[in-house]
Design a protein around this ligand. Structure first.
Ligand code: B12
Ligand code: SF4
Length: 266
């Protein structure tokens, strides 16, 4: 299948594109976790904020996607709906899947008449998305896929939630950065890439999306070890953004990561 994954072009006033144009880590992680025979393209629309329509026209024509996946934060919902409408005019038989924070926490926003989606991936996406592509290929039905909502005629079926992955079974593989088809990621003018060092948080602030998304779990060590061993030498942007909700709990791992990165560059 041809698959196109998009992050939304909107930035917030705290993170204007003149200072931050960061890659979306979810999309490359999804790209790294689908079966290898699929053709996958990842496009971060934050890089083309002033030419979204033209870029989508070009991408749909070049990739001919069977399925387009959108990663959506809450403040990007309106844009996501406009992009979905545009995609449907560009290719009629396209299937649309949405995932990320907004579709996970407010799936009903993506099942209404003004937003016609085929699938909603709720919560952690790698395994659900991999299983979804397999099910589409086999025509085998979607009832067995945890964390998935799907359209059945007029209605949506919401399958049970998928428990968060412990990440130590190697069921979730490394991201695929080669799938990116746009360039120009910068942070304060320097080329940047991102490395994920943990998932979740140990705290439970009532206003925070992380708790709803990951049920209060925090999974640090496996990823730190994983990235240290396999990934950091290959990620060579002049600026690296290591993200963790609470990196201060991981000072040992964080300093190892920095030391490893510096020695690789020396
Ligand atoms: C790194 C990060 C940033 C970076 C990079 C952002 C980027 N371009 O991706 C920077 C610092 C730039 C940033 C900025 C902002 N961020 Co931020 N950020 C994060 C952080 C820490 C990690 C995100 C991440 O990549 N995680 C790792 C990936 C692998 O996991 P994931 O994103 O959850 O994706 C998984 C699932 O959601 C799902 N999924 C996601 N997308 C899709 C798409 C499809 C098709 C499918 C099937 C599945 C799927 O599968 C993925 C793999 O399991 C999160 C908090 C967190 N720990 O997740 C906040 C977070 C996403 N950010 C948030 C916010 C609000 C912002 C800002 C608006 C802040 C501001 N006021 O300016 C800006 C928006 C900038 C922008 N235009 O993107 C909120 C979003 C809340 C919400 N309800 O929408 C979060 C959740 C923080 C929080 N605690 O509330 N952010
Ligand atoms: S990520 Fe920050 S805001 Fe969210 S629960 Fe953890 S400490 Fe609280």
């Amino acid at each position: 299948m041809n698959v196109l994954l998009l992050s939304m072009p909107d930035s917030f006033e705290h993170t204007p594109t003149v200072s931050i144009r960061m890659p979306n880590g979810a999309l490359t992680s999804l790209a790294g976790n689908i079966d290898s025979h699929h053709r996958i393209a990842v496009a971060d629309l934050i890089l083309v904020q002033s030419s979204v329509r033209a870029t989508l026209e070009q991408l749909v024509s070049a990739v001919r996607p069977d399925l387009v996946g959108l990663s959506v934060m809450t403040f990007q919902r309106k844009t996501a709906k406009r992009i979905i409408a545009l995609l449907r005019t560009l290719k009629r038989d396209i299937q649309i899947v949405v995932g990320g924070y907004d579709p996970s926490m407010a799936p009903e926003a993506y099942t209404s008449d003004d937003c016609w989606t085929d699938f909603i991936v709720r919560g952690e996406g790698e395994i659900t998305f991999r299983e979804l592509l397999r099910a589409i290929e086999k025509g085998a039905g979607y009832e067995h896929i945890l964390g998935l909502s799907f359209r059945q005629g007029e209605y949506y079926q919401h399958n049970p939630d998928r428990p968060v992955s412990s990440l130590d079974t190697k069921e979730i593989r490394l991201p695929n950065r080669d799938a990116r088809v746009l360039s120009g990621y910068t942070m304060l003018g320097r080329q940047v890439d991102v490395i994920e060092t943990s998932r979740g948080c140990t705290f439970d602030c009532s206003f925070c999306s992380i708790i709803a998304m990951r049920g209060g779990t925090f999974i640090p060590t496996h990823l730190i070890g994983y990235w240290l061993t396999y990934e950091t030498p290959e990620v060579m942007a002049p600026a690296l953004f290591f993200w963790s909700m609470i990196i201060s709990l991981l000072t040992c791992g964080a300093s190892k990561l920095c030391a490893r990165q510096l020695s690789t560059r020396a």
